[in-house]
Design a protein around this ligand. Structure first.
Ligand code: FES
Ligand code: FES
Length: 155
């Protein structure tokens, strides 16, 4: 790892590609993804760990990238919504209209993907509890839940 005046060069494994980036100690993973790697699927909402719009997978677990320091991400596998193209859950969100304005959608899809990896057939309570980590101010959540259930029903 090279060090530059107060900054470090690090390697990030994002969507199975290695990126070399120079980061400041206080830069968030969200900012690096969006501003340096041009992966703009993760969105900046609250930037305080509350809304989930910035959710990515870190070693297959959902994590809010606005509260993750980029400098701590070396050696971890990071997956953004760009890495989940054409997955069943992404298609189900389209089919079941799990979005309106779409601002929260990438975070919900990433989070739902992790739910469906953890449980083969999550029940209603598990789905609702899991989705508590993300906020949507448009959909009323019905379309989001329909999308998840569509994937479950086809298992
Ligand atoms: S922007 Fe990260 S949780 Fe809201
Ligand atoms: S679809 Fe608009 S905030 Fe969720």
């Amino acid at each position: 790892m090279k060090t530059y005046k107060g900054k470090k060069e690090i390697s990030l494994n994002v969507n199975n590609e290695i990126y070399k980036v120079i980061v400041k100690p206080n830069e968030t993973l969200l900012n690096i993804l969006r501003d340096k790697l041009e992966l703009t699927g993760p969105k900046a909402g609250c930037e305080n760990g509350d809304c989930g719009a910035c959710t990515v997978l870190i070693n297959d677990k959902p994590f809010k990238s606005c509260i993750a320091l980029a400098v701590e991400m070396e050696g971890k596998d990071i997956t953004t919504i760009e890495g989940l193209k054409k997955t069943k859950i992404q298609k189900a969100f389209i089919d079941k209209e799990g979005y309106q304005c779409g601002y929260c959608t990438s975070g919900f899809i990433v989070n739902a993907y992790a739910l469906l990896n953890k449980y083969k057939k999550p029940n209603e309570t598990q789905i609702k509890d899991w989705l508590n980590s993300n906020l949507c101010r448009c959909t009323g959540y019905e379309g989001i839940e329909r999308a998840i259930k569509k994937v479950i029903d086809n298992r």
